[in-house]
Design a protein. Structure first.
Length: 121
C-alpha cells in the first residue's frame, strides 16, 4: 500500500504550516508535517501528562531540524536527513522551517492531535 501525502487528511494549515494525517494503517498513523521556524509545542502540550506528549513517534526529518526535550531533562536536536524515535514524555520546537514524516500509534496520536487542534479526527 502507498499513497501521496497530499491525499492525507489535512488537520492543520496556516502560514508555513501543513499537517496531514493518514489513519487506519494496522493501528498506526502516518503524518506529513511542515512547520515554520518558531513553532513551539511546549505551550501546546500543556494539560497533557507532565505537559509533554505521551505518544511515541518514529520518523524522518526531511528538511530543517527538530529540537526535543524529554521528561528526564535531556535535550537533543534531530537534524535534516536523520531518522528518529521519540519515546513518550517529550516536547519539541523548531528554530527553522522543518518538514518531517512521522509514524505513531493511532490511538495516542489522535489524542494528542485533538488536544492541540481541539478537533476530533
Amino acid at each position: 500500500m502507498h499513497c501521496e501525502t497530499k491525499s492525507f487528511q489535512l488537520v492543520m494549515e496556516g502560514p508555513g504550516t501543513e499537517w496531514r494525517v493518514q489513519k487506519g494503517l494496522e493501528g498506526m498513523t502516518v503524518a506529513y508535517v511542515q512547520l515554520p521556524a518558531g513553532t513551539d509545542f511546549r505551550d501546546k502540550f500543556k494539560g497533557l501528562p507532565n505537559d509533554h506528549c505521551h505518544c511515541p513517534h518514529w520518523g524522518y526529518v526531511l528538511e530543517g531540524e527538530v529540537n526535543v526535550k524529554y521528561d528526564n531533562g535531556d535535550v537533543e536536536s534531530i537534524p535534516e536527513g536523520c531518522a528518529f524515535y521519540l519515546p513518550p514524555g517529550h516536547t519539541a520546537w523548531v528554530d527553522k522551517d522543518t518538514k518531517l514524516v512521522d509514524f505513531s500509534p493511532e490511538d495516542k496520536y489522535l489524542e494528542v492531535l485533538k488536544h492541540i487542534t481541539g478537533k476530533e479526527l
